[in-house]
Design a protein around this ligand. Structure first.
Ligand code: LLP
Length: 860
């Protein structure tokens, strides 16, 4: 490979680093060869840095502890067999350089450790993992084999133990043009070892955990490389550990400090130490997946992408020990903290997080930084007891939110804090560099907490996964593509018609009837549900009511107005009347018209009992908790005004009996925008278990609330799983009909809102894109922080290189339809399209500021 044409002296270096699993098979080496070739073809010099084959470093380490020569040499034969097999698979000659490395390992193992300098011997033995894999690679790639020890020099640090000096040495590297020129003389493609260096005496030393990444970074700095690429078994850094949170998003772009913080607070993919050398010379670092080289990966560099603050990652460290120190009358005395911390220093323990109060200081000790054992802790506690009362809390986990500008995101953490409110949070610590916020909780709850916290950050828009410049797909989407890609939305194929419609006036809602019918059909296919009702509050447009009635849907109404709409536009559809805190007259009128009325309070029966005499009615209960995309749409639990509390059921039944009324439908609707298919079977089971107590029931109505993905990467509701879950319960309760009453699911995607650009303005760091629709047209973003996709229909093909706040004309600062949207640079008059506006859009519009109501139009 290195025989290719000579490169000019100025040709940049690219450092490619491959970890243990990336060098363990012939197939992986073919990938390495192709990647090196591709970089070379781009005009770069390539330095390949490799780890030992997976498992070899551990094997070498354990044989170093073996006192007898025979087992050491036996282990050598196993290592030899592995390299020989790989060499054969790569088609290499037997007499090649890797054989010489095996021989030198054999010599060392035969001799055994020098009793006076065992660590020196251990370092020399363990270095052979990398010496071997790089020698093998040099033969295969026909690249120059570079001994890393000739280039990387370790410096002893003050207070560094001999063990650390030999086995976890520190380097201090700055760009050096002379080294770069010297290496260039060896050719265009070089291969060297990670993990090893030499000390001032010329002995081999190791670089400790994550050592190969560190080597690559030091080579990158020394050569002032165009970039360092770390090739590993995952596409990059993620917003959380993907093995715990499959929905974690790929982090496409980080600056050095953020990446460092994520690595320090728990991410394993990159060792925290390997960023420091790259920072000053501003060498970018890429993380890529060797098995899937086409995946985008993570880029870490100094350039900040223009974007509003976002939580980038949620990381976790376990095995945290907290030491809580309660002062005994010594607080505020000069030197108290100095005394306390002196004890930590004396016991060689490094403190990580600190929380303090008037009479208490609590600190955390991280097991990765400290050699913690119960003796060390007991000794520390005994000494501390001289100056304060000590409590050790362990095991704990530190869960950290990382992102630049953490303080300006606090308002988005409401849901997350509410979730943590249910746990014992021992310590909260905000870093003084404004990059992180850490919560220390019991270790036992941390694993379950992490995915919930991640979901809440996404939901609150604190982790701005929709900004494609910062975040990539979820781990699940990258590695489990079994989830079918969503089909493109209907409006993509209707651009010309939509632009025509906009020319007739904006703001204008457009509803696509085929899409409504398709959603209706998908629901009707669920075998478990006997009767469907459309909750027409979502969108009472006459054409939609007619289409859904024709598709076999009844209508769920909550006001006399909705009943009127249902009667006029879909007279044949069965109706439900489910008002809440409505006046007596509404009930009287509905009953007189023969509607099936649902009650969710005692008051109507207590005070207007005669209205219900001998009638069949429904009863809506509160099952004790709510669900949904925002707290304002959760309609169960003590914070919600809906539903009869379960404790009042007997009183309710007594009142119905007094009137000779019969409860024939038992109903619960706990919230809106739910994507978890397990929700409705749960409600169904709870209602079914109450049903016998009531005795007169014909149907169980488990409500609506079926959600649609709102944010990038959210998985759609799994209808098949929903059906299966419902059928399972139905088998146990075949005597009751099962009813449902969705609104949003049927119409949300069918509707778009068209608006026209009015004005543009830049102010401070933001650019505002004004449109003629606002919170008076579409209230959901202002009321729930709901996210609606926004596109520039006029410039559908243009690159999205501007970052806008999309705002309306209403005199309120909350009149924002979309925050930090990447869109094509727009001009006055452009037509903007706002997605998912078919449900709770037009129907929630107002004429606030005396701006008119939106126009509506239906596409057949
Ligand atoms: N049944 C009852 C008793 C309801 O109160 C509702 C909605 C539904 C069914 C239909 O829920 P859906 O399937 O559409 O989620 N304006 C909010 C939604 C409020 C829902 C109110 N009740 C939003 O824009 O998200």
């Amino acid at each position: 490979m290195s025989e290719a044409q000579p490169l000019p002296e100025s040709a940049p270096w690219i450092v490619l680093k491959f970890g243990g699993s990336s060098v363990s098979t012939a197939a992986r080496w073919a990938i390495i060869r192709d990647l090196a070739r591709a970089r070379r073809a781009q005009g770069a010099r390539v330095l390949v840095v490799v780890s030992a084959l997976a498992g070899v470093t551990d094997a070498l380490k354990s044989l170093c502890a073996e006192p007898d020569v025979a087992p050491r040499l036996l282990a050598w034969t196993r290592i030899e067999a592995r390299y020989a097999a790989l060499a054969a698979a790569l088609g290499l000659r037997e007499d090649a350089t890797w054989r010489a490395q095996l021989h030198s390992l054999h010599v060392l193992l035969t001799a055994g450790a020098d009793a006076h300098d065992a660590l020196r011997w251990q370092a020399a033995v363990m270095a052979h993992g990398e010496l071997l894999s790089s020698a093998l690679g040099a033969d295969y790639l026909r690249a120059h084999w570079l001994d890393a020890r000739g280039v990387l020099l370790a410096h002893a640090q003050p207070n560094q133990s001999e063990r650390m000096r030999r086995l976890a040495a520190s380097l201090d590297t700055a760009p050096d043009a002379a080294v770069s020129a010297a290496l260039a003389r060896h050719g265009n493609v070089l291969i060297t070892q990670g993990f090893i260096a030499r000390d001032e005496a010329g002995d081999t030393v190791l670089l400790g955990r994550g050592g190969s990444d560190t080597s690559a970074a030091h080579f990158g700095a020394l050569l002032r490389a165009a970039r360092v690429e770390i090739w590993t078994d995952v596409a990059g850094m993620f917003s959380a550990n993907p093995r715990q949170v499959p929905d974690a998003r790929l982090l496409r772009r980080l600056d050095y400090e953020e990446a460092q913080e994520i690595a320090t607070t728990g991410a394993k993919v990159l060792h925290a130490r390997c960023l420091a050398p790259l920072r000053a010379p501003r060498v970018p670092l890429w993380i890529k997946d060797t098995e899937h080289p086409d995946l985008v990966g993570t880029v870490i560099d100094a350039e900040s992408v223009s974007a509003s603050p976002s939580v980038k990652a949620l990381s976790m460290r376990k095995a945290i020990t907290l030491v809580s120190m309660e002062s005994i009358g010594m607080w505020q005395q000069v030197g108290f903290l100095a005394d306390v911390f002196a004890q930590f220093k004396r016991h060689g323990l490094s403190v990580d997080l600190i929380g303090s109060a008037e009479t208490n200081v609590t600190v955390s000790l991280d097991s990765t930084e400290n050699l913690l054992d119960s003796d060390a802790l007991a000794a520390l506690a005994a000494d501390l007891a001289q100056v304060c009362r000590v409590k050790v809390i362990a095991p704990c986990a530190a869960v950290t939110l990382v992102g630049r500008g953490m303080r300006s995101m606090l308002h988005r953490l409401e849901g997350l804090l509410a979730e943590l409110g249910g746990e014992r949070v021992h310590l909260i610590s905000q870093s003084s560099n404004n990059l992180n916020l850490t919560f220390v909780v019991d270790e036992a709850v941390a694993d379950a907490l992490l995915p919930r916290m991640h979901a809440l950050l996404l939901q609150a828009g604190a982790l701005r996964a929709d900004d494609a410049a910062l975040f990539g797909p979820s781990w699940q989407a990258l590695y489990a593509p079994a989830v079918a890609a969503a089909s493109p939305p209907w409006w993509r194929g209707a651009r010309a018609r939509l632009l025509d419609a906009a020319a007739r006036g904006t703001p204008r809602y457009v509803y696509h009837l085929p899409s409504v019918r398709a959603h209706a059909q998908a629901l009707r296919a669920l075998g478990a549900v006997d009767r469907w009702h459309y909750a027409l509050k979502a969108n009472p447009h006459p054409a939609l009511l007619a289409a859904l009635a024709a598709a076999g849907f009844g209508l769920e109404c909550v006001s006399p107005g909705e009943l009127d709409a249902a009667r006029s536009h879909a007279p044949q559809a069965p109706r439900l009347f489910t008002p809440n805190f409505a006046p007596r007259a509404d009930y009287a009128a509905a009953l007189a018209a023969g509607e099936l009325v649902t009650l969710d309070a005692l008051h109507p029966l207590q005070h207007w009992g005669e209205l219900f005499a001998a009638r069949e009615i429904g009863l809506r209960v509160d099952l004790g908790s709510g669900v949904g995309h925002h707290e304002k749409v959760r309609t169960g639990g003590s914070a919600s005004k809906f539903g009869l509390p379960l404790g009042d059921i007997d009183a309710f039944l007594a009142l119905t009996q007094r009137q000779g009324a019969r409860v024939v439908v038992l109903h619960a609707h706990l919230g809106s925008g739910v994507l978890d298919a397990a929700h409705w079977p749960r409600v169904y089971a709870q209602l079914a278990s109450l049903a016998e107590r009531i005795g007169t029931l014909r149907a169980l109505n488990i409500g609506g609330g079926l959600g649609l993905p709102q944010r990038a990467g959210e998985q759609p509701l799994d209808l098949a799983a929903l059906d299966a879950g419902l059928l399972e319960i139905k088998r146990a309760y075949p005597q009751y009909e099962l009813w449902m009453e969705p609104g949003r699911y049927l119409v949300a995607e069918a509707g778009v809102l068209l608006a026209r650009v009015t004005q543009l303005k830049s102010k401070d760091a933001r650019t505002y894109l004004g449109v003629d629709a606002g919170m008076h047209t579409l209230l959901r973003p202002a009321l729930y922080g709901a996210r609606h996709g926004i596109v520039n229909l006029t410039r559908a093909e243009a690159p999205a290189d501007a970052l806008y706040q999309v705002v309306g004309p209403i005199c309120e600062s909350g009149d924002v339809l979309g925050s930090d949207r990447r869109l094509p640079a727009a001009q006055e008059g452009d037509v903007m399209l706002i997605e998912h506006a078919g449900a709770y859009g037009a129907t929630m519009a107002s004429n606030y500021n005396l701006r008119g109501l939106p126009l509506e139009e239906v596409f057949e």
